[in-house]
Design a protein around this ligand. Sequence first.
Ligand SMILES: [Zn+2]
Length: 326
Amino acid sequence: MPLSELALSRGTVDRITEKRTDRDWLDSAWADQATRVLVVWRGQALMRLDDDRAELAFVPPQAAPAGTRFLLGQDADGTVYFGVSAELPAALDGVRAGSLLAPGGTTPPSPPEIRGGSLREAGTLLGDRDAGLFTHAVALANWHDTHTHCPVDGTRTVVDPGGHSTRCPADGTEHFPRTDPAVIMLVTDPDDRCLLARNAAWPGRRVSILAGFVDPGESAEQAVIREVAEETGITVSNVRYVGSQPWPMPRSLMLGFRADAPAGQAITVDHEELAEAYWFSRDELLAAIGAREIALPPPVSIARHIIEAWFGGPLPSTWPEPRPVR
Ligand SMILES: [Zn+2]
């Protein structure tokens, strides 16, 4: 069953890749008052962030701070979007400083304040257009922020007009944005129980499916088999792809898989990466969530969607765990 509605795999804006090298077109788009700029800084952008929806706050080009500029694309209505990697503007016209509701909750809610928000916070709350623009912009900004010099000779590189590549002025080499492929996989046994694990670095009751980076010179399917064996000692087969989601934190592409484990294999946890791993039937999973023994990854993650696709519907419980009431 293919995954649908992955929060960060959405987008409605045409990337118009052919314009990335057209300096005249880019200059004229930047001079257009109707052009919209998304400022991104350390994974955050300005937005109106409410409990159940979020909306990006753009600035016109003349109000954008100085910083590395990149073309994001063009909407069906002709609006051109750029991203700029720079500190977020401190204030915007129309910012409402008040809280959502006055004490007592009797006054009508005012529009939420504009503030910095991240993909983790807002990924599921943004509309399709904004989710795609924000994901694209964060991925490019993360690359620009960490790839400022030529890897061959260390010269500071020059960003191309469209912002999707850089060039070394000394040796002429071209450099392109980097994405690290990672695999994430739900393993089931012949009883259709699913394998969930707690990472040694995770606090509390957080569990998820297994994941790991693809090694150089390795296929994604090989990485699934190797990672499951390394982390749990289980040998899987019938590895099949279910969908992907960009995860630019800082630069991953999560490739989702299912895989089958034969009956009777013991789980041997690699304690460097995992603290524990267990098989869960659907009933056992619901019971463990209900007893607050485990908490599942948030809906913005592909892990959550893969687990719910196996389960057959939405599940309660999400990181971060609610604080116990004293
Ligand atoms: Zn160079």
